[in-house]
Design a protein around this ligand. Structure first.
Ligand SMILES: NC(=O)c1ccc[n+]([C@@H]2O[C@H](COP(=O)([O-])OP(=O)(O)OC[C@H]3O[C@@H](n4cnc5c(N)ncnc54)[C@H](O)[C@@H]3O)[C@@H](O)[C@H]2O)c1
Length: 355
């Protein structure tokens, strides 16, 4: 066992975090104010961890051990007792998170990291009332946390540099790829970029340029595929031929500026957005339920992650890139994936708000 972590707030995000931590050999305590949410989170976390094992993304023996140690906590105090990290994932409400951080800071061991999953609130504001703000930070996952490698780590003004270092090690040890942000800005990196892209995507639907489905296809079949491998800057570096990024800018500055002038620039979502998008998404889903779409997404994500690990060994949770005991605990999965003795057929298988 690698230690104990607490997940406080067990909705979609908390349950997925809990599954990831258990899959990497941590004893996980789940606490939520709702008993129903806690029971649902236990099954979701179990399913997430088992999925990772099934796909060869986690060592089945470690997953089994982790799942034998995952449990609901009766109250916040028992949830955070003796833990090395608290992953707070309650509703995005500043007053609630601030009060919770104050309480967790009082109850958790003085060595524990206290991280918020918040997508849209300021960690500086959240850490304001806690007795140990230096140990707090934002660790923002991308949905679903048990599969998407990115975690954005952001300090509040009172976060200590040691906390960021320790968080880098912790999240790296559970297969995450941490990106550290120098300061606390709304939406971190990935959600700011998503918001910019989505505004234009909405506008293209509203102005009748293309359907919701065709815009989604244009993103996922084109830039999305490249972005899974390289970010926009490196992609454009390659788009500039021998001149690289400078060549790209020299050739295309006027073209890009022409587009920039034409892009949507509204900052309040138009009133018809929900109706237009709901109709488009319903057509695109072609009768598939949310659960079916989620399963389709997760299958494909697992396949892509495994493929990228082959191309970039040591990244995206590949055991070769994990530190110390984390690598040891995950090696079984990698071994079975490569088809060695003990490999299982299944493992190889076709297989906000800003305040
Ligand atoms: N949903 C996403 O895609 C996503 C992605 C990244 C980060 N986040 C962040 O994760 C956090 C949780 O989001 P979610 O989508 O999982 O929400 P959710 O509504 O699914 O779950 C929130 C849970 O928090 C519980 N809760 C609320 N107040 C509590 C309290 N004081 N003590 C204990 N439990 C409490 C609720 O009962 C609920 O079960 C938010 O901060 C959100 O910004 C969400």
């Amino acid at each position: 066992m690698r230690g104990t972590v607490a997940v406080v707030g067990a909705g979609n995000t908390g349950a997925s975090w809990a599954g990831l931590f258990a899959a990497h050999g941590y004893a996980v305590r789940i606490f939520d104010q709702s008993q129903t949410a806690m029971s649902r989170a236990l099954s979701r976390a179990t399913a997430a961890a088992e999925f990772l094992a099934h796909k060869g993304l986690a060592n089945p023996a470690v997953v089994q051990k982790g799942l034998s140690l995952i449990m609901p906590a009766g109250n916040l105090e028992s949830a955070v007792d003796g833990v090395c990290l608290v992953q707070e994932s309650v509703t995005d409400d500043l007053a609630v998170k601030r009060a919770l951080f104050a309480e967790i800071g009082r109850l958790a061991p003085t060595s524990a990291l206290i991280a918020t999953s918040t997508s849209g609130l300021s960690i500086t504001a959240i850490q304001e009332d806690t007795p140990a703000p230096g140990r707090t930070l934002a660790a923002h996952p991308y949905n679903p946390p048990h599969l998407i490698p990115l975690v954005e780590l952001a300090p509040g003004v009172l976060t200590s540099p040691d906390t960021l270092d320790a968080a880098m090690k912790f999240y790296g040890g559970v297969g995450k790829e941490p990106v550290v942000i120098s300061r606390d800005i709304p939406g971190y990196i990935a959600n700011r970029l998503s918001a910019a892209l989505w505004r234009e995507a909405i506008e293209l639907v509203r102005s009748g340029v293309a359907t919701v489905e065709d815009i989604d296809r244009a993103v996922s079949l084109g830039p999305g595929l490249r972005w899974a491998i390289m970010g926009p800057h490196l992609v454009y570096h390659l788009g500039g031929g021998h001149g690289g990024i400078r060549g790209h800018l020299a050739h295309l500055t006027a073209t890009k500026e022409g587009m920039l002038k034409d892009l949507a620039s509204w900052t309040t979502l138009p009133g018809d957005t929900a109706d237009i998008l709901a109709a488009g998404v319903e057509a695109e889903a072609r009768g598939r339920s949310l659960e079916e779409l989620e399963a389709e997404r997760d299958e494909a994500l697992a396949t892509i992650i495994l493929a990228l690990r082959q191309v970039k060994p040591g990244t995206l949770g590949d055991p070769a890139g994990l530190p110390g005991d984390a690598a040891v605990s995950q090696r079984g999965a990698a071994y079975s994936l490569r088809g060695g003795a003990g490999s299982s057929g299944d493992a190889v298988g076709p297989k906000e708000r800003w305040a």
